[in-house]
Design a protein around this ligand. Structure first.
Ligand SMILES: C[S@@+](CC[C@H](N)C(=O)[O-])C[C@H]1O[C@@H](n2cnc3c(N)ncnc32)[C@H](O)[C@@H]1O
Length: 207
């Protein structure tokens, strides 16, 4: 396809240069991770020790699979790792992957058979349109749903981690988290791009 629009061309050139120069992109290539997102989870694990007691983990929004790779590398005590994404994800040995929409009836049926977890991770991100308001609302809806899933499917003392965007108000979500977990905080990993409003909600030890 011929790209006629010059500003679009310039933008994609800039994006490509930033991507290639990015230290975490380079590191992910040498460490064999499928994406630079791996380092966000590594930072969260190191800071909050979320894998120490975990046996069963679910990774919501798992494709292309770098969080699953980290779980395999770092979660030596894990019995099961389940991964969910709307998109395809190429196989990772030891990971049970379901290609389905987390908000679908199909997932509701799957969730009846996959049991409970000690750790729910959500790196789910909607298809970003660039419109801050609608992107925030879409992502907020996903966080709310992931939280509600956690409250129903986390074992006592289990942890919930979810990506959100700080471009809007999530104080009502935080209130629910504080009511249901012993410790609730927000975290911006160093590997998360500075110009992105992405943050991680860290909810430790479900009551
Ligand atoms: C930032 S990526 C996740 C990256 C992943 N943590 C990794 O390390 O490879 C966000 C993912 O969320 C998925 N996603 C978005 N909406 C979803 C939904 N409703 N159900 C399942 N997955 C969804 C996207 O398809 C995308 O693969």
């Amino acid at each position: 396809m011929k790209i006629k629009n010059k500003s679009f061309k310039d933008k994609s050139k800039k994006w490509l240069k930033r991507h290639v120069d990015d230290e975490f992109v380079q590191k992910s290539i040498s460490d064999n991770y499928r994406s630079r997102a791996a380092y966000k989870l590594i930072e969260i694990i190191d800071k909050y020790k979320i894998l120490d007691e975990a046996k069963n983990v679910i990774d919501l929004g798992s494709a292309p699979g770098s969080w699953c790779q980290v779980l395999k590398n770092r979660g030596k005590g894990l019995n099961s790792i389940i991964a969910i994404d709307i998109l395809e994800m190429s196989e990772i040995k030891g990971i049970t992957f379901y290609q389905t929409d987390f908000l679908s009836l199909e997932f509701e049926k799957i969730s009846n058979i996959i049991g409970k977890f000690d750790l729910v991770l959500s790196d789910i991100s909607p298809n970003l349109s660039g419109n801050k308001v609608s992107d925030f609302l879409l992502s907020r809806d996903l966080v709310e749903n992931a939280l509600s899933y956690s409250l129903q499917n986390l074992n006592a003392d289990g942890h919930f981690i979810a990506k959100y965007f700080r471009s809007g108000d999530i104080s009502d979500i935080l209130t629910i988290c504080k009511r249901n977990f012993y410790k609730v905080t927000s975290f911006k990993p160093k590997s998360s791009r500075k110009n992105s409003s992405e943050m991680y909600l860290v909810c430790l030890r479900k009551k």
